[in-house]
Each structure stands twice: as C-alpha cells, then as structure tokens.
Design a protein around this ligand. Structure first.
Ligand SMILES: Cc1ncc(COP(=O)(O)O)c(C=O)c1O
Length: 308
C-alpha cells in the first residue's frame, strides 16, 4: 500500500476572519476510495505486518467506518477479513454491513456485554485460539502500529506554512496519538466525538513508551464531547449541510462534522487565540452517511446534498 497524496481545502468564514485565524482541511486522496481519511494510514502498518497467510480480524459498531475500510482493504488487496460487530443481531440491510459483506468480510454479532470484554486478556486469548490465522487489530485500528501509520505523513504542513494548531475528531484515540508522535512541538487538539473519561489514557496507549514518559500533555489536549457518540442534532446536520453549500466541503455529523462544530464553538467562545493557522485532519467517514439515511436520521434531501 502506497501512502496517499494530500489535498488541502481552505474553509473561508467570517468567524475566522474576525480574529485573523485560518482554517485548512486536510484530505487524503486514497488510491482506493473506500479506504478514506485516517483509515488508510491506520491500516497501513497492519497490512505490512500481516503474514502472507494471515487475514485480519477487527471489531466495531454496526456502522463502523473502520470495518468498512478493512473489508475494502481485504477485497482490493486479497486477504480474508472478519468483523465482530457490536449488535444483538446482524442487520444485513444496514448499508455499512452490506458493503462489508460485498467486500467478502465474514461478520459475527457481539452483544454489548460481550463487546465490553473486548480489551480483556481472556477475550483476546479466545480470539487468538478461535482465529489463529488472523491478525487481530482493535476497534478503530487504534494501537501503536495504527498511530505510527498516521505519523507517516506531514499532516500539519498547510499550503500557507506549518499549522499553529492541528486538530482531528477523536474516538478511539489512534489518530490523535499519530499526530502527537509526528509533531511533538505543535499544539494539537483532539475534538472528542465520544463521551469517554478514559480517552486520554487510550491515546497514551497508542504512543511509544519513550513518548508516554515525556508526555506531559503540554502540546496536546482533548476537548470533551458535549453529546454522546453518534447523537446527531438538527443543528449539527444543518452545520454539515452549510459546509457543503457554502464551502463545498463534504463532512458527516458523527465524526468530522461534530468535531468541526466543536472547533467553531471554541472559536466563537474566544478559546482559540487570534492569528492562528489551524489544520483539521479530515478523517473521512462519509460512508456513514448512508447509514444515517437508512436510520432516517438524515432526510432524503439532506442525504443527497451531503453525499454529493
Ligand atoms: C471518520 C472518522 N473520523 C475520526 C475517527 C476517530 O479516530 P480515532 O478512533 O483514531 O480517534 C474515526 C474512528 O475511527 C472515524 O471513523
């Protein structure tokens, strides 16, 4: 897998101009469209590390961008994949799961209680015994290797120069950890899209030991989420629709839209100083729009606009 080229898109907005701030969105242009955003980077090392005879097994929610990307990687790079899905029962009409199946992923349902055990050593031993021919990677692809993949690209180097502040949506923590590894001297902000009091520790688990010892949290922080994971308000949907209509920027409300909305709140509240060049890593997730439409969270019209 070669690393993807970077495409920068500037977000023009009076709220930025007011304080002489600049906002740049960084998009990766992956050779395989279905492995978009942070997914290409987070999967990169697992694919290199996988033995030729091994498949890859991972876990995720029923609309997981990570499972969708892993299934696509298996399909295009010819290796078997298994997805353990947090759900009582597999709904094969769910567009994400349908796409995973189309790409040849074997799917198994895990109840919420089973899913909660996912980090335990017993569960991981069970997986190794049950699936000896598979490399197991955690939910979201967030581990040391996943974060190291994110650290391979110059994600803070905007067309106008190095960013003063580098941001991304944060859920399982690997992406933020990758940015921290790459840029120990740049201010980095993870905009949490999940309410998770253990998120800082999860990020640290994706950092090499030498960095954890040095990690005094000075150059990075996490802005806590103000709503639960995948809670999508009308205001948030409007925010995403306006980004499309006014900036021609495609975002979705679960990750990038929610994180950017948070970023603008911080700007409005004066919590981001003036004269800053801000880079926001667009981590993908647009495949999730079909699932939001399927669950009637997005209307037909909103889906058409955002998915265009
Ligand atoms: C589209 C998208 N953006 C951001 C994230 C958050 O990245 P991380 O889980 O590495 O914190 C995810 C989840 O993996 C995602 O699917």
């Amino acid at each position: 897998m070669t690393l993807p080229p970077i495409h920068w898109q500037r977000w023009y907005d009076e709220r930025l101009n007011a304080n002489n701030n600049e906002l740049w969105l960084l998009n990766l242009v992956p050779p395989v469209a279905e492995i978009a955003g942070n997914k290409w980077l987070k999967l990169h090392n697992a694919l290199q590390q996988r033995l030729p005879t091994q498949g890859i097994l991972s876990l995720g929610g029923a609309f997981s961008n990570h499972l969708a990307a892993l299934a696509a990687a298996g399909h295009y790079y010819h290796f078997p994949t298994i997805g353990l899905v947090r759900t009582e029962q597999l709904d094969l009409n769910n567009p994400t799961l349908a796409q995973c199946l189309k790409h040849g992923m074997q799917l198994h349902a895990l109840t919420r209680t089973q899913f909660r055990q996912r980090s335990s050593s017993e569960f991981n031993l069970y997986l190794q015994q049950q699936y000896p021919d598979y490399l197991v990677i955690p939910e979201g692809g967030s581990n040391l290797q996943g974060a190291a993949g994110v650290a391979t690209l110059p994600l803070a180097e905007t067309p106008n120069g190095i960013a003063d502040l580098l941001c991304c949506a944060t859920a399982s923590g690997g992406t933020l950890a990758g940015l921290i590894q790459r840029y120990p001297l740049t201010q980095i902000l993870g905009l949490a899209v999940v309410k998770d009091s253990a998120l800082t520790d999860k990020v640290k688990l994706c950092l090499p030991h030498s960095m954890i010892a040095a990690a005094n949290d000075q150059n990075w922080s996490i802005q806590p989420a103000d709503s639960n994971y995948a809670k999508v308000s009308n205001e948030l949907i409007d925010f995403c629709c306006q980004a499309k209509q006014q900036q021609n920027i495609s975002i979705e409300p679960v990750y990038t839209g929610k994180a950017l909305q948070q970023l603008f709140r911080l700007l409005d509240q004066g919590k981001i100083p003036a004269n800053k060049r801000i880079a926001f890593f667009h981590t993908g997730g647009l495949q999730g729009l079909a699932g939001l439409h399927y669950r009637k969270i997005l209307s037909e019209q909103q889906f058409d606009l955002l998915n265009r």
